[in-house]
Design a protein around this ligand. Structure first.
Ligand SMILES: Nc1ncnc2c1ncn2[C@@H]1O[C@H](COP(=O)(O)OP(=O)(O)O)[C@@H](O)[C@H]1O
Ligand SMILES: [Mg+2]
Length: 227
């Protein structure tokens, strides 16, 4: 099944001076269920813009986005919110954990908005921390964890509501190459064992080697899609 489809996606920014920046120029892309796709391309090529539009964190200037066959309706904000919670999880370059919450609480946080009981939330958070190899770090604050460990917590948090797709913007960008490789391997393992699709932007050739497909962007356009 196709999980994401974009048709003729364009995004531009206009400034008072008349300057116009075209971040995306006619992007047609399909992501299939279970795929691990990486977006590569020079800085400014539109990777983050495309990822944010796929994740409905941003809206296109023109073109259409379909999630599991349903067209995203940008006028209906409540359906976007439920999409975020149920279909898509996010991982960021700077981890973006809540600094006053420990690992367990960070993972429980997105579950507060669902109807899961507190005890079931804690049980799931514990399972997820075990899955990412941090079963012994439940009570640690982000400041008490290394960068790689923080990113593991962020991956567990992204999985909290059992999304079918995880979007990750340069998830290894703040990590040394060895730690980055472990994070890449973890994401691939979750992809293979749990069937969660991944779309990951990266400069990292290790990540690209791991992916099922590398989508290359340049100047807001897809220039190749190697399988
Ligand atoms: N909020 C914004 N306002 C104006 N221009 C932007 C904004 N966000 C991104 N851009 C421009 O869009 C282009 C693509 O940016 P981006 O998607 O961040 O690229 P990448 O992630 O590949 O580095 C760049 O030229 C960038 O400067
Ligand atoms: Mg970017």
């Amino acid at each position: 099944m196709t999980i994401i489809e974009t048709r003729d996606l364009a995004k531009y920014y206009t400034f008072g001076s008349g300057l116009r920046v075209e971040a995306l120029r006619g992007v047609n892309l399909k992501i299939e269920e279970g795929e691990f796709v990486s977006f590569m391309g020079p800085s400014g090529s539109g990777k983050s813009t495309l990822l944010n539009i796929i994740g409905c964190l941003d809206k296109p200037s023109s073109g259409r986005v379909f999630i599991e066959g349903n067209e995203v309706d940008y006028r209906n904000s409540s359906s976007l919110v439920s999409l975020h919670r149920q279909t898509i999880g996010f991982v960021f370059q700077a981890f973006n954990l809540i600094s006053t919450m420990n690992a367990m609480e960070n993972i429980c946080y997105p579950m507060h908005f669902s109807r899961i009981s507190t005890s079931r939330q804690k049980q799931r958070a514990t399972e997820l921390l075990n899955l990412v190899g941090l079963g012994d770090r439940l009570n640690h604050l982000p400041s008490e964890l290394s960068g790689g460990e923080q990113q593991r917590v962020a991956i567990a948090r992204a999985l909290a509501n059992s999304p079918r797709l995880i979007l990750a913007d340069e998830p290894t960008g703040n990590l040394d190459s060895e730690t980055g490789k472990k994070i890449t391997d973890l994401m691939r393992k979750i992809n293979q064992e749990q069937g969660v699709s991944f779309v990951v932007t990266t400069h990292d050739s290790e990540m690209a080697r791991t992916a099922d497909r590398v989508v290359k962007l340049k100047d807001g356009k897809i220039i190749s899609e190697a399988f």
